[in-house]
Design a protein around this ligand. Structure first.
Ligand code: ATP
Ligand code: MG
Length: 509
């Protein structure tokens, strides 16, 4: 640089002068706060009056936290990693940014924490963008009616409590009643669909999470699923943001006109984390010691599920939140909140589960408020009376247990009811296609399955898909393509099930 001709300003100097002329000089406000106190993963910070809710703050030792409680003279900051101790008196910088999660197809088939850091030992995520974890729900104007089905592959759900794209359906039940298994079955059934899945584990045991992920890996749909994990061992901060981050990752697909499904396993644990953080930040406790904003917290989360109108891309985001009950008590605080926020609930019953009636759906207490309109027309026609028929059978069974009632009509109803129950009892990881479900329900209606011994019903259901594929592929293709169930298709289905019944028929017991 020293050998340029004197008097001629070199290029670099000219550029430097230009940059200097544009630079804004003068005092600049940098938001630096001070740590007042730190305990249990929560730091109180003063001197940052401009910090927004959910804003990320950086501590001196590099730790990140987000602002959860904004008070007049201090803010409560939840540490995200909480691996190191924060010293009182240390400096804190406001970043001016809210917490964000990576989005994009690079996340599919990956296991990440709520901030998108890989937990599967793989490479760093290639994110298309980073979106805020809290985003406004779609407005009413931009929404459309729920009108397309989400096929779960579970006969009991698809026939009686059908789900639609954009719906919010709660899966609720006591401990170990198959809640996670049901949600995982729904994800597995998307292996042949165009729906992208996000499974969010909040506060679950590591072994349970691993089992769920391995089930998806072994049975399909892994490549179209994102696993967001904040286990019971993760910091409360990570557990708190996990459902929001999961929704943000799923919204990416919704907003591109695609379809997504998000499972939150589970919101009871999330509520407990929220309560813990609220108590640590000294929010006044309300009912069951939950802070007053717990309803709003989950409402604004689930409100992000939606079916968008065509002008807005027509995408959808379906939500399957899970909640745990205590001794089947649906009227506790968190269950009632969630039931009122969602569009229906699938109630799993401890006694049914113990009796090996799995999935242990309580048909009387479960409901799907919007999905019926999304059910494929062919399925709606054959399943219309199923629920009524089945609940009547359950009552009848109770009465006849005490003896006394007899007669041909009652006997027939019992035979039918027992077979409905056997059909609805479905093993895990064995989803039924629309064509299989139609075949079973049509044959049931035609009385064909009544002819089979009760023990053979499970076998018929298990053999049916392969039998249909081998002997009536056009019929399967037509039904899967949405063809109406006309007389000829109906005839074929009944004939196919009849063949299986004949094969398996043994002397009636
Ligand atoms: P938790 O309350 O612990 O989260 P959960 O309600 O999510 O439990 P799962 O973990 O899905 O229940 O299931 C509990 C146990 O029952 C698991 O060991 C699982 O293997 C078994 N199980 C669940 N569903 C079925 C099913 N349909 N058929 C056979 N076994 C099942
Ligand atoms: Mg579970």
């Amino acid at each position: 640089m020293g050998n340029e001709a004197p008097g001629v300003a070199p290029d670099w100097l000219a550029r430097g002068r230009e940059a200097l002329a544009k630079a804004e000089l003068g005092p600049r406000v940098e938001t630096v706060g001070r740590v007042e106190s730190f305990a249990d993963g929560v730091a109180f910070v003063s001197g940052l009056p401009q910090v927004e809710l959910n804003e990320l703050l950086r501590f001196e030792n590099g730790e990140l936290g987000f602002a959860l409680a904004l008070e007049a003279d201090r803010i409560g900051v939840i540490l995200l990693d909480a691996s190191r101790v924060i010293e009182a008196g240390g400096r804190v910088l406001g970043t001016g940014e809210v917490a964000r999660a990576p989005v994009g197809p690079g996340l599919l088939g990956r296991i990440v924490d709520p901030l998108g850091r890989p937990l599967d030992g793989g490479d760093a995520i290639v994110a298309e963008a980073f979106h805020p974890i809290e985003r406004a729900a779609p407005t009413i104007i931009s929404r459309d009616r729920v009108s397309e089905p989400v096929a779960t592959g579970l006969l009991v759900v698809d026939s009686m409590f059908a789900l639609g794209r954009g719906q919010r359906e709660l899966i609720i039940g006591d401990r170990a009643t198959g809640k996670t298994s049901m949600a995982i079955d729904v994800i597995i059934n998307q292996r042949h669909s165009d729906i992208f899945c996000v499974y969010v584990a909040v506060g679950q045991r590591a072994t349970a999470i691993e089992r769920a992920i391995e089930a998806v890996r072994a049975n399909g749909a892994f490549e179209r699923t994102i696993f967001v994990v904040a286990s019971a061992a993760a910091s409360p901060g990570l557990q708190w943001i996990a459902p929001f981050a999961g929704f943000t990752m799923a919204e990416y697909f919704r907003d591109r006109g695609q379809d997504a499904l998000v499972v939150i396993d589970d919101l009871s644990k999330h509520a407990a984390t929220h309560r813990e953080l609220a108590l640590l930040t000294h929010e006044p406790p309300g009912r069951e010691a939950y802070p007053g904003d717990i309803f709003y917290l989950h409402a604004r989360l689930l409100e992000r599920a939606a079916k968008l109108a065509r002008e807005f891309g027509g995408g959808s985001l379906t939500a399957l939140p899970i909640a745990e009950t205590d001794a089947g008590n649906l009227s506790a605080y968190i269950p009632t909140n969630l039931i009122s926020i969602t569009d229906g609930q699938i109630v799993l019953d401890q006694r049914l589960f113990a009796a090996n009636r799995r999935p242990a759906v309580d048909v009387g207490l479960s409901v799907s408020r919007v999905g019926g309109k999304a059910q494929p027309g062919s399925l709606r026609r054959v399943s219309g009376k199923l629920r009524l028929q089945y609940t009547q059978f359950l009552e009848l069974e109770m009465f006849t247990r005490f003896g006394g009632m007899s007669g041909a009509r009652i006997k027939n109803e019992l035979v039918r009811g027992e077979r409905i129950r056997a059909l609805l009892t479905q093993p895990r990881y064995a989803p039924l296609r629309l064509a299989d479900q139609l075949a079973l329900l049509t044959a049931l209606e035609a009385g064909v399955i009544d002819e089979a011994p009760l023990e053979a019903v499970a076998e018929i259901r298990a053999r049916l898909p392969a039998h249909l594929d081998a002997t009536a592929p056009q019929c399967v293709a037509a039904l899967m393509g949405g063809a109406p169930l006309d007389e000829s298709l109906r005839g074929t289905l009944v004939a196919k099930v009849t063949e299986l019944v004949r094969e398996l028929r043994a002397p009636r017991t």
